[in-house]
Write a protein that binds this ligand. Structure first.
Ligand code: NAP
Length: 243
């Protein structure tokens, strides 16, 4: 049976690296993007040119209607869904909690937590035996991110809890739910939070003395989704260079 995998936030960064890895392994891919249409379309073109199958779908994962449209389009274009990479996420300008704006609190909680729940909820309805979900949380969930983004860290801790609970809920149906918790990875997300040099700054305190690359995380996601992890569920795999 074909592997049909939905990747939210698949247009850039960790999601795009994951899309490329999964395509190389023969997955058919539904690439969710919010704004970066040209990046998502370019990924589809590359995959199609290499003989694979992919579709790009605009989705704001905080909208239940958008999430349903993403899964409906994926199923119509590619066939029944076998996997979800629940990856879309955002930060806001960094700072102490006392200085954070309520709009930023709401947005970070909505995208990182509610959005992840809406996608996991739809996947839990569509997936059948052998299906798998990989959530993307953050090492921040256990570090707390003081002075930078405690709201983001708390949302990601919620994603860890979602992983543990949903793995127990769906295990009896033969559906696995796991999570990758990345450390500092070299993507554009740091520019969004006003800390573009964060990967270089963190490299000095990360035990492996470097920031991660998107493909470091894509490798872990791909493993958790794939046939070498069929007895792994409810796991939160930290990929953070030792932090
Ligand atoms: P990124 O390069 O900024 O990419 C974020 C992706 O999420 C983009 O594809 C973006 O789509 C999408 N997105 C944002 N808001 C969305 C929404 N409301 N609905 C749907 N899609 C949305 O970030 P990244 O570093 O690859 O992050 C990927 C995941 O890893 C996130 O969950 C992030 O929290 C987590 N993470 C990252 C790091 C790190 O250091 N980079 C560390 C720990 C965890 P558009 O571009 O199309 O708008």
């Amino acid at each position: 049976m074909s592997q049909v995998t939905v990747v939210t936030g698949g247009s850039r960064g960790i999601g795009a690296a994951t899309v490329r890895r999964l395509a190389a392994q023969g997955h058919h891919l539904a690439i969710g993007y919010r704004q970066a249409k040209s990046e998502a379309d370019a990924l589809v073109a590359d995959i199609t040119a290499a003989g694979g199958r992919a579709v790009a779908v605009r989705v704001d994962t905080t909208s239940p209607d958008d999430v349903d449209a993403l899964f409906d389009t994926a199923t119509t274009a590619l066939g029944p869904i076998t996997g979800l990479v629940n990856n879309a996420g955002v930060t806001s300008p960094a700072g102490d909690l006392a200085d954070l704006h309520v709009d930023d609190l709401r947005r970070v909680l909505d995208v990182n937590l509610l959005g992840a729940f809406l996608c996991a909820r739809r996947a839990s309805r569509d997936l059948t035996e052998g299906g798998a979900i990989v959530n993307v949380s953050s090492a921040a969930a256990t570090l707390g991110s003081p002075g930078e983004y405690v709201h983001y860290a708390a949302a990601k801790a919620g994603v860890d809890a979602l992983t543990i609970g949903l793995a127990k809920e769906l295990g009896p149906r033969g559906i696995r739910v796991n999570c990758v918790a990345p450390g500092t990875i070299r993507t554009d997300i740091h520019t969004t939070s006003g800390l573009p040099d964060r990967p270089d700054r963190m490299a000095t305190v990360i035990p492996l003395r470097r920031a991660g690359e998107p493909d470091d995380i894509a490798a872990a996601i791909t493993w958790l989704l794939g046939p070498d992890a069929t007895f792994t569920t409810g796991a939160i795999l930290r990929v953070a260079g030792g932090l």
